[in-house]
Every structure is written in C-alpha cells, then in structure tokens.
Design a protein around this ligand. Structure first.
Ligand code: ADP
Length: 467
C-alpha cells in the first residue's frame, strides 16, 4: 500500500541483516514496521533505526497494540502510529508522506517547527524537481490537505512557465520568478518561485503567494489614482475659482474707484471713507486670488526636473529682491550650495519668499541672511537663517498654512501665502519645510529637498487660459 506515496520507493526488509544494510546505506526516508515481524520486534527495530548512523522516522503499523508497547515505542523515539484497520490502510501513505516531507528539514524538531510555521512555501526536491519535502504553506498554496501529499509530485509540472519549469527540472537557480501555479485540484495561484541547487537534496527553494502582495499593490494603485484624481480636481477647482473671481472683483474695484472719483464730493467724508474701504477690500481680495492662483499653479504649471544650481537660483532670487534688499540695508551671504534635480523657477521662488520674509520680518538690526546646505541622507537640507524678529514656537506649524499670518496687514503687509507656496514647492521636490525660531533671536528655515530626477509632473491641462 505504500506504493501510493508518490516518489517514494518501497523496499522490504525481511530480516535484520537487510534492514542493517539499508540503514548503513543511509538512504531510507522512513521505516514502517509491524508490531512483531517474524524476525524481530518493533521496539528492537526502532532502536536499530534510531541508533544507526542515518536515523529516519519510524512508523508503527499494527493491530495488536497495547499501552505498554506504545509507551516503549514512544520512549524509543517513535514518530508515527497507525492502527492496522481499514482506515489505517488508507491513512498510512499520508502519514509516511508527512514524515518524509518533514524529515527533509533534518531531525531537529526546532528547525522543523520553524519551517512548518513559515508563511511562505518551502520545499526540497530531488532530481527532476520531484518534491522530497514541503511545508504546510506550500500545501495550502497548491491546494492540498497536507505537505505529505506533495512528496513525489514533480514541482515543475505545476509551473505554468516553460522556462522556469526547465530550470527547476535541471536543478538550476531560479530567482524571484513570477509564475502561475497549476494546482492539482485544477485551481491556479500566482506565486514567486526561488530555487537553488542543494548539495544533499538536489534543489531547495521557496514559493511565495503573490495574491496578497498583488491585492495590496492594486489597492494602493487604486488609492493613488483616486488621490491624483481628487488632487487634479482640486487644483482645477482652485484655478477656475480664482480665475472666475478675477472679473467680478475687478468690476467692484473699478466701479468703486469711479464712484469715488465722480461722486466723491457728493457723499461727504464718511461716504468717501466707505468707498476707500471698498477699494482696499477689493484690492486685498485681488491679491489673495492672485496668491491662490500662484499656489494652485505649483502643481499644474510645474516644469520637468532638470539640474538646478542652487547658487545661481539664490542669485536670481536676490536679483529679484534687489530694491527691497537695498532699501533695508540687508546682506545675503551663503555657503557651498549644491546642484540638484529640480524646477528652477520654483526653487528661485522658494528662495525669494524665504529671503524676502527674512527682510520683511526684520528686527531693528540690519537684516543678515545666510543660506547654506547640508547633505541629509539621499537629499539636501537647504537652510535659510536670519536675524529677524523670530516666531513664537506655538506658531511654528501654522505659518505654513494658506493665508495664515501672525501680523495684521497694517503692521506688516502680506497675504500669508509665501510659506504655503514654499511648503508646496518643497513637497514637490520630495521634501518639506520646518522652522526653528524664538522671538527676538531670528529664524532658521530648513527646506528638505530629496528630488527624484524622474519627476516630470506637469498637468496635461496646464495651458488653461488663466495666465
Ligand atoms: P506673509 O509673509 O505674506 O505674511 P508668509 O506665508 O510668507 O506670509 O508668512 C506667514 C507668517 O510667518 C508671516 O506673517 C510671519 O508672521 C511669519 N514669518 C515668515 N517668515 C518669517 C521670518 N523670516 N521671521 C519671522 N516671521 C516670519
């Protein structure tokens, strides 16, 4: 009946000498013994096998069992017991297969437990990639009830990829091949197969179920797509709203001005003051709309990344701020600045906003701005330091949000978008922005830039008529 354990050749030992010869040859995968074969008894056979140079699992197959016999056998290291009845005849091949499958990991129970507990399929195979050992994860993947049933199965026949199957049959190395596995029950599974030649056993390897990883990847791809969609919609919304707001705003401003010019004398001082507020409000709103538009364009109008020399970006920013810097008596100095992949116009804008703020929020001392760069992992930290009024710690996060300011328009003009734009530019360049500062002790803005040169984001609808 053991002929039904696939891949297992059965030899019969009719006397003690034959058994001793097979044991000495070291090629027994398991021994099945009855309680009392004519030439020995089960406990003595067990002792002979376990005491030999090449011990292997022993299964006791008997109808005449009693507690004492079983106790002796278990103490002697018995690996399996099958009652010799009709169910036992059916079960014996699986029990033996199971032991053969497990014994591939060696006789150490610890390592067997580890291999059996692994969530990926592990196997050993002989010539022709005939499985000689498997763990429960491989059985699950191939849809069979237990690893024992896999022993003797030609692994390559289950692999729906001629090239990989040939490599397995030839005992060659296979590295992370993604294949479809044809299961004995007619089902299929997607898996990665790794295999390597193994001196003792021909081939060893592992088979990992690809379904969970693939499902996770698909989930992530769906989320990214949804995010990109909503991001694009948001950008479009911001751009449309800011664009469409411009015209009515412009009208309010123009007619308020005209009203002030033509009928100013008729409405009295109070009326003129009201009109002044209307114009100022409209101008302010216009500035905010422009700022929102500039903010939304960082995503939609970004240029593909190319090498940017930050030193030249800084000098362009300083150039753009020339009048402001001169008026304030400001000095801008810098350390070594790298060249890195990026969107030059945006990096100029980032530096311009930071240097401009350093001057705008100056203390009584002439503004001194120092720009430096430090390598940080796979990117750079660009640091802009000033000797200005500083920022209380409780506002260190808030200042990077849109329209968030710490001063009124009358105190220090601005629309609260400069740092939000810096944050967005830094994020587009794979990084972010933080500040270290204390009131009265200046500020230090740290911009992390870790751009990937393959970044080429530009929205397909970038050339909207909102310029
Ligand atoms: P705005 O400059 O138009 O106010 P920002 O977004 O550039 O808008 O800055 C937000 C707020 O952060 C500013 O109102 C200011 O209170 C604070 N801030 C920015 N830069 C500095 C700086 N270098 N020193 C002190 N405060 C600053």
């Amino acid at each position: 009946m053991l002929g039904r354990v696939p891949g297992v050749a059965v030899v019969e030992a009719g006397d003690a000498a034959t058994l001793a010869r097979h044991l000495a040859g070291g090629n027994l995968a398991a021994v099945v013994t009855e309680h009392r074969p004519p030439w020995a008894d089960a406990v003595a056979i067990l002792a002979a096998v376990k005491g030999s140079d090449a011990p292997c699992p022993v299964v006791l197959f008997t109808a005449a069992w009693d507690a004492r016999l079983l106790g002796d056998a278990v103490r002697g290291g018995l690996d399996g017991f099958v009652a010799k009845d009709s169910a036992g005849f059916l079960r014996l091949p699986e029990v033996v297969g199971e032991l053969v499958a497990g014994s591939a990991w060696g006789r150490d129970r610890g390592s067997r437990r580890v291999v059996d507990g692994l969530p990926i399929g592990v196997f050993t195979a002989g010539p022709g990639a005939i499985l000689t050992g498997a763990n429960p994860a491989l059985a699950r993947l191939l849809g069979v009830a237990s690893p024992g049933l896999l022993v003797g199965l030609p692994l390559a026949d289950s692999v729906d990829d001629e090239e990989v199957a040939a490599q397995l049959r030839g005992g060659e190395t296979v590295s992370g091949a993604e294949v479809r596995l044809l299961r004995p029950d007619g089902g299929e599974a997607l898996a990665t197969v790794d295999a390597w030649p193994d001196e003792d056993r021909g081939l060893a390897g592992c088979v990992a179920d690809l379904a969970p990883a693939r499902a996770a990847r698909e989930r992530m791809e769906r989320r990214v797509a949804a995010l990109e969609r909503s991001n694009a919609e948001l950008e479009q919304f911001a751009s449309v709203v800011s664009h469409d707001l411009q015209e009515p705003l412009h009208l309010v401003e123009r007619f308020a001005r005209m009203l002030a010019e033509r009928y100013g004398s008729q409405v009295g001082d109070e009326g003129r003051s009201f009109l002044k507020h209307v114009v100022a409000g409209a101008e302010r709103m216009q500035a905010m709309v422009d700022a929102a538009l500039a903010y939304s364009r960082i995503g939609t109008r970004g240029r593909p990344f190319a090498p940017v020399d930050l030193e030249s970006a800084l000098s362009q920013a300083v150039d753009n701020l020339k009048v402001t810097l001169t008026e304030a008596g400001a000095s801008v100095t810098h350390g070594d600045l790298p060249t890195l992949p990026g969107d030059e116009a945006q990096l100029v804008q980032l530096l311009q906003n930071l240097v401009g703020n350093a001057v705008k929020f100056r203390s009584s001392a002439p503004p001194e701005v120092y720009v430096s760069a430090e390598q940080n992992g796979d990117g750079w930290d660009l640091v802009v330091r000033d000797n200005g009024i500083g920022i209380p710690p409780e506002h260190h996060d808030r200042i990077f949000l849109m329209f968030q300011r710490l001063h009124t328009e009358d105190e220090i003009p601005g629309n609260g978008i400069g740092l939000a734009i810096c944050k967005r530019i830094a994020e587009r360049h794979g990084g972010g922005i933080t500040v270290e500062s204390e009131p009265g002790r200046g500020s230090r803005f740290r911009v992390r830039l870790a751009p990937h040169s393959e970044e080429t984001r530009t929205a397909p609808d970038e050339e909207r008529g909102d310029a």
